[in-house]
Design a protein around this ligand. Structure first.
Ligand SMILES: [Ca+2]
Ligand SMILES: [Ca+2]
Ligand SMILES: [Ca+2]
Ligand SMILES: [Zn+2]
Length: 493
């Protein structure tokens, strides 16, 4: 539990975070029955791969058991490209396995969104190329994303900045602002709320913006990997392309980044066709999944393959790896996460997607050998979190945040003065209107939450669903933190 509490502490940034953080008893989570929230400090969400592969630059060390975190990735990258003097706010360079035979021309860092070990280990035969990367490179077996909440924007920002949310400020899918609103901290791909520079920001500027530093992703949540672009003093507009889920085009925020010219609609049509045929029948479906809209396509191998095509076009057109000044390119493959949210990783989609992602990396290796040159590049693979199962499969009680908020307000804020004591309960915790704390302290709220039972987390008219009958009197939280301090320690010690 001490470790889980540490992960939660690293995730806190001033008033942006909830005051009270209850840690649900595993496998419970705050969310709905069909919305598979992945926010929590447990291993199934935080243990992800970190593989460094690059013949000529990375020794074949295989598994390394040193405990490391996502904050170590940026300083390690700095070491690889010979950028001296870089100090990450929270991470350290990990140099086991880095050979010192010159610097690579290009480091490509690939994130498999939602590709944590609980998914990979469920389908151990679906990623043969990645196992080869592990053997012929370095694979950290005790690698943690390092902080809670375990969500996409926070962890991608940790990857790019070598910092935890306590330093970089991207605390979750939503953060609380000064005026009490809840917003996407990187909404509109505006990096202003990322509180520290990224490795790319510092490295690019130190070399007069001569290196190429860029990113291919799909949503604003990914921009923390590359950083502030032109919003950084002395920085420039780095190439950033986000492949939309609604329309098959890439976009950017032109105030801070440049848009690479990489759209290839003809290629996408061809890949959708190829994916349709994979089940042996040209019927506009991939097995039983539709292939009509871009949203459909984004959860299938067609999107994975198209992402690789875009990546190769970006490398070629923008000149990544074209000269001796090392370049940094960050890539997110989003399909596994999208499919996992829609169908869970137990669905047949997942091994097929994994196979598609694995062979995309194999093809990328060939492409890099041909275009950048053998022994001139390094590829890293990691993931931002594991995946949550449907409650029917895991036995979790999906904790109703709204109901908990209502119960807390009934208990501690019965006066109807128009402002609730509990402002909101989200997946990451309980936001309190602290100016309403008159007769109660945060610690008392925390203790009450620590004793909250399953049967209380229901609407007045609702019965405990039969499946949970035996657990009606169970506490649904395991521990509770107040501003990072463990106020209700776990009963399991
Ligand atoms: Ca730059
Ligand atoms: Ca078909
Ligand atoms: Ca270069
Ligand atoms: Zn997700």
């Amino acid at each position: 539990m001490r470790e889980l509490a540490q992960l939660s502490r690293r995730g806190l940034y001033k008033d942006r975070s909830p005051e009270v953080i209850p840690i649900p008893a595993e496998p419970n989570f705050i969310g709905g029955e069909t919305t598979l929230v992945h926010s929590g400090p447990w291993e199934y969400l935080t243990r992800v791969p970190w593989i460094i592969y690059g013949p000529g630059h990375i020794d074949a060390r295989g598994d390394i058991g040193t405990p490391v975190t996502m904050a170590d990735l940026a300083p390690t990258t700095a070491e690889l490209i010979g950028f001296d003097g870089y100090r990450a706010p929270d991470g350290k360079p990990r140099t086991e396995g880095l050979t010192q035979r010159g610097t690579p021309r290009l480091v490509v860092t690939v994130v498999w969104d939602g590709g944590g070990y609980n998914v990979l280990n469920h389908y151990p035969d679906s990623w043969p190329f990645v196992s080869k990367m592990m053997e012929e490179g370095v694979s950290y077996t005790d690698f943690s994303i390092g902080s809670n909440p375990s969500v996409t924007p926070s962890i991608h920002t940790s990857l790019g900045t070598g910092a935890f949310p306590r330093s970089h400020g991207v605390v979750g899918l939503k953060m609380r602002t000064q005026d009490g609103a809840y917003v996407n901290p990187v909404g509109g791909s505006d990096p202003a709320r990322i509180m520290v520079p990224s490795l790319s920001d510092l490295y690019d500027r130190a070399l007069d913006n001569k290196p190429k530093t860029g990113m291919l992703g799909s949503v604003s949540w990914h921009i923390g990997m590359v950083g502030h672009g032109a919003a950084f003093q002395g920085g420039d507009r780095d190439p950033v392309a986000l492949l939309e889920h609604e329309r098959p085009v890439v976009k950017t925020n032109p105030s801070f980044y440049s848009l690479p010219d990489i759209d290839a609609p003809g290629q996408l049509d061809r890949l959708v066709d190829e994916t349709d045929l994979e089940d042996g029948e040209r019927d506009g479906k991939w097995f039983d999944r539709p292939l009509e809209t871009q949203k459909d396509i984004s959860k299938t191998p067609a999107a994975v393959r198209y992402n690789r095509v875009l990546l190769e076009r970006m490398i070629e057109r923008e000149g990544f790896g074209a000269d001796r000044i090392p370049d940094l390119l960050y890539v997110n493959f989003k399909s596994m996460d999208l499919a996992g949210h829609a169908y869970s990783f137990l669905s047949k989609d997942m091994p097929r997607l994994l196979e598609a992602e694995d062979s995309a990396l194999r093809q990328l290796k060939r492409f890099l050998d041909a275009k950048v040159g053998k022994e001139r590049w390094v590829m890293m693979l990691t993931a931002d979190h594991g995946q949550t199962l449907f409650p029917k499969d895991s036995g979790a009680w999906p904790i109703r945040g709204g109901e908990l908020a209502a119960d807390l307000n009934r208990r501690f804020d019965p006066s109807a003065d128009g402002v609730d004591l509990i402002d909101r309960v989200g997946a990451s915790g309980i936001y309190v209107n602290t100016d309403q704390l008159e007769d109660v302290t945060l610690n008392e709220i925390a203790r009450w939450v620590g004793d909250y039972r399953l049967s209380e987390n229901l609407k007045d008219s609702e019965e405990v669903p039969g499946y949970y009958e035996g657990e009606r009197d169970d506490r649904i939280f395991d521990a509770v933190l107040v501003r990072g301090k463990l106020v209700v320690p776990s009963c399991e010690g």
